[in-house]
Design a protein around this ligand. Structure first.
Ligand SMILES: NC(=O)c1ccc[n+]([C@@H]2O[C@H](COP(=O)([O-])OP(=O)(O)OC[C@H]3O[C@@H](n4cnc5c(N)ncnc54)[C@H](OP(=O)(O)O)[C@@H]3O)[C@@H](O)[C@H]2O)c1
Length: 252
């Protein structure tokens, strides 16, 4: 059995990844605020279990108990590998920094950066000494390395997530049974996040029209296709501890 813990499994890219992980030998643990009933039905038909853990990752004090609940269900002696995909994220607030609401900024950094850090902490703590494959894949963005006008929070959170990946990877290199960590920028995917981006004003986000054009010309990547690439990366021999990769060019 392989266990997959994924945040933000209910919609968008997360749902695309889960769809690609539906296998009777896989057990999926999805952490989101809402469940996805269609996904549950599809999984059941394929003999795959998805356990849903209702959690608002903005409430960071909920993370430790949720991770403990998940690890109570994983028996290392019956497990071939355990995988964590930190996928949940938000794009808001969007706009020049002086226009942003501090409470929205606080929520953004908790969901996009602090929550994955705490989840990784729990993952590493719970699996210390487990002699099985242990991998963490953080969903990053091109915005981690390229500044975008109006996306200061999003760019900063993703840059932080990349650096956290690299820092933890360095620590794991010294361990007897290390967890391997990577981050991946998945490309521009046709999800609710893109709807939010198109719903902003030019004053908030000066590149808005480019994203409208990408949608209208059919250039956004389908979540299931992105999910397939991510599933392949997660389980491949190319998975490299500490690496930050961009799979944007792999869809052609
Ligand atoms: N779409 C793109 O073009 C693109 C490009 C690069 C990177 N990414 C990254 O890909 C990841 C997924 O984005 P997406 O485009 O799939 O976005 P999405 O369609 O908006 O889905 C976001 C997911 O995160 C969950 N989520 C949001 N806030 C949460 C919270 N407070 N607590 C728990 N779960 C929460 C949502 O579940 P609930 O609503 O059920 O809580 C949902 O499943 C993000 O990390 C994003 O930064 C996306």
């Amino acid at each position: 059995m392989k266990h997959f813990i994924i945040t933000g499994h209910s919609k968008g890219l997360g749902a695309g990844i889960v769809t690609q992980l539906m296998d009777e030998n896989y057990h999926i643990h999805g952490i989101s605020r809402t469940d996805n009933i269609d996904l549950q039905k599809l999984a059941k038909a394929k003999g795959c279990t998805i356990d849903f853990y209702s959690c608002d990752l903005g409430h960071t004090d909920e993370i430790e108990p949720v991770m403990q609940q998940i690890f109570a269900k994983i028996k290392p002696e019956e497990t071939e590998g355990v995988y964590l995909i930190n996928n949940a994220g938000l794009i808001k607030p969007i706009g020049p920094i002086e226009t942003l609401d501090p409470a929205e900024m606080d929520l953004h950094m908790r969901v996009n950066l602090l929550a994955p850090m705490l989840i990784i902490r729990e993952f590493i703590k719970a699996t210390t000494g487990w002699q099985i494959q242990k991998r963490v894949l953080n969903i990053s963005s091109g915005a981690a390395t390229n500044p975008y006008y109006g996306w200061s929070n999003y760019c900063t959170g993703k840059a932080g997530l990349d650096m956290f990946t690299r820092s933890c990877a360095t620590e794991q290199e010294k361990k007897q049974y290390p967890v391997e960590l990577m981050a991946v920028a998945p490309g521009i995917i046709d999800t609710g996040m893109q709807t939010t981006i198109r719903g902003t004003t030019e004053e908030q986000f000066i590149h808005r029209q480019k994203f409208v054009d990408l949608k209208e010309s059919g250039q956004l990547i389908a979540p299931n296709l992105a999910g397939k690439k991510i599933q392949e990366l997660l389980l491949s021999n190319d998975f490299t501890n500490g690496a930050i990769t961009d799979i944007r060019d792999q869809y052609n």
